[in-house]
Write a protein that binds this ligand. Structure first.
Ligand code: NDP
Length: 373
């Protein structure tokens, strides 16, 4: 345990005052399986990895949720602890580091560990959280390889906890409308998809960031391309049968020495529907378009934190609003856990995307299509 000396000794009252109603999630489990953790509403969430996304998006969003509250932190940087405790009234007993997090097993204040680290350590931390009998929420992309994804799924199953991936778009209302179109087909059969997701970023002063390191899960495809892969799957409601073609390249080769700055790829779905996708760290890309036999629809932006919107060819506006995407995502997932329902985006979703992602890399390196059977 590290020292907590100098830390503020009194804590603000946590805003969420919902009376705790204890319930078990035994209905989630097969009979004879591991004993599931006891849950209470709101769920206690511990953020693991107090970097940019956790600080600027998830922690503020947890102040807006109805069914979760930020009760704990798990960090490898002791200097971050005091500020987080002060800002979010986190008690000393709910502060962990990466070495002592097995002790979470004895902490009833924390029901969920949300893994928000660089991608190469998602698997090890998700598995450690599962072994401590905590439900696991994990950021995208789920891990480095399909094998790591499977080991995370297995660890959660063995320990009687649930696993979901932080694909916030699947919780966003306009995205949910176009996901529904895959079934209702208001414009006839889908013929073609275009999914573009990237941003223009990075300067020479940022050369050491993990997004530029291959071994840490960097690169445009891992970071932003997963949005395009996931979108191609959710708008069609189908799984691709092959990576038809893929190309990876870098234009600022001094910065992108290890990883792709751009990746372009085509996914072929059953009945020959092609999803043409592009992702980049050198170009702002944020559009999802679906062409059908009798019309089309698009979202632009398709993966922004705010303002996701679009239009269909009959003039239908896709302009529903959500107060805070991350708060909705976490409340959706918390309610599913509390009510014993399946999570909207379980680990298997992340695994499917990782299989496709690795096939895209293979296709780009061989110049050949790769079957996804
Ligand atoms: P940052 O680099 O800003 O933060 C990552 C944090 O992880 C660090 O601050 C550190 O926290 C912790 N960490 C643990 N192990 C390591 C390690 N070996 N090297 C470096 N840091 C480590 O990353 P982001 O917050 O931008 O991204 C984190 C995750 O969130 C990624 O998987 C990313 O893809 C995802 N993400 C998702 C978004 C979404 O919209 N869904 C948006 C942005 C990111 P500490 O000091 O506390 O140990």
């Amino acid at each position: 345990m590290w020292t907590t000396s100098g830390r503020r000794q009194f804590f603000q009252t946590i805003a969420a005052t919902t009376a705790a109603t204890t319930m078990s999630c035994e209905q989630n489990e097969d009979s004879g399986g591991p004993t599931p953790p006891v849950l209470s509403d709101p769920l206690g969430v511990a953020l693991l990895g107090l970097g940019s996304y956790a600080s600027t998006r998830l922690a503020p969003a947890l102040q807006l949720t109805k069914h979760c509250r930020l009760t704990g932190i798990i960090t490898g940087t002791p200097s971050k602890v005091g500020e987080w405790q002060n800002r979010y009234a986190i008690e000393d007993k709910n502060v962990y580091n990466y070495e002592n997090m097995a002790a979470l097993i004895d902490n009833p204040d924390i029901h969920v560990v949300y893994v928000v680290t660089p991608n190469h350590v998602h698997a090890q931390f998700a598995i450690a959280a599962a072994r401590a009998k905590k439900h696991v929420w994990c950021e995208k992309p789920m891990a480095m390889t399909p094998e790591e994804c499977q080991s995370m799924i297995d660890a959660c199953k063995e320990n009687g906890v649930k696993l979901c991936i932080g694909y916030r778009m699947q919780h966003e209302p306009n995205t949910q409308t176009v996901i529904g179109y895959a079934t209702s087909k208001p414009f006839g059969a889908i013929q073609k998809v275009e999914a573009l997701s990237g941003f223009s970023g990075f300067g020479s002063s940022e050369a050491d960031v993990w997004r530029l390191k291959r071994a840490m899960g960097g690169g445009a495809l891992f970071d932003m391309g997963v949005y395009a892969i996931n979108a191609a799957r959710y708008v069609t409601g189908q799984e691709p049968v092959r990576v038809k073609t893929a190309r990876q390249w870098s234009e600022r080769s001094e910065l992108f020495a290890e990883v792709d700055e751009w990746t372009e790829f085509e996914l072929e779905f059953p009945a020959g529907v092609i999803a043409s996708c592009r992702t980049s760290f050198g170009e702002n890309l944020n559009r999802l378009e679906v062409s059908c036999a009798q019309g089309s629809y698009f979202l632009e932006p398709m993966q922004a934190y705010e303002g996701v919107s679009g239009e269909a060819s009959d003039g239908t506006q896709l302009n529903l609003t959500v107060q805070n995407q991350q708060a909705k995502q976490m409340d959706d997932d918390a309610l599913a856990l509390l009510e014993g329902r399946e999570l909207l985006v379980p680990g298997e979703e992340g695994l499917r995307d990782l299989r496709i992602l690795k096939a895209i890399e293979q296709s780009a390196s061989t110049g050949q299509p790769v079957e996804l059977t």
